[in-house]
Design a protein around this ligand. Structure first.
Ligand code: CMP
Length: 140
């Protein structure tokens, strides 16, 4: 197993319901270390860049509106196989299809308001981390 880093966002639906600690507990119980974390408001420009791969999708406007609607907590997570491990901890994008005891099964409201984001690959993780953190903010 390789030690990896992945990028996580605790989304506005979760911060609004005071779930940052509950989600962090699920992350830490899975053996992932939170090695950087900050609560921020994402600008429209940041959200449009971050989700640029989805620009042509019908839900893009809704996604950008949602991600800029309230505070988010951006994080860097580190651990064995962190990218796949965090995707397992989050569960499927659509909470109705997520496995039991996953973040999205337990906490998400809908496919859009789905409480958490996690990177899908090593290269996207590095790219997403660099959009929100400078090197000296990450303490592994
Ligand atoms: P995330 O992992 O942040 O990556 C892209 C996001 O688009 C995804 O989580 C969902 O929140 C959102 N998304 C995907 N499909 C839909 C959809 N059909 N309607 C609204 N939002 C969606």
């Amino acid at each position: 197993m390789a030690i990896e880093r992945t990028f996580s966002i605790i989304k506005p639906d979760a911060t609004a319901r005071n779930l940052t600690g509950a989600i962090n507990a699920m992350i830490e119980q899975a053996g992932l270390r939170i090695i950087a974390q900050k609560r921020i408001l994402i600008t429209r420009a940041q959200a449009e860049t971050f989700y640029g791969v989805h620009r042509a999708r019908p839900f893009f406007g809704e996604l950008v509106d949602f991600m800029t609607s309230g505070p988010v907590v951006v994080q860097v997570l580190e651990g064995d196989n962190a990218i796949v491990k965090y995707r397992d901890v989050m569960g499927a994008t659509d909470p109705s299809k997520a496995a039991p005891n996953t973040i999205r099964k337990v906490h998400a409201k809908s496919i859009g308001e789905n409480s958490a984001h996690g990177s899908d690959a090593v290269d996207t993780a590095a790219n997403e981390i660099a959009q929100f953190f400078s090197g000296n903010e990450i303490v592994g």
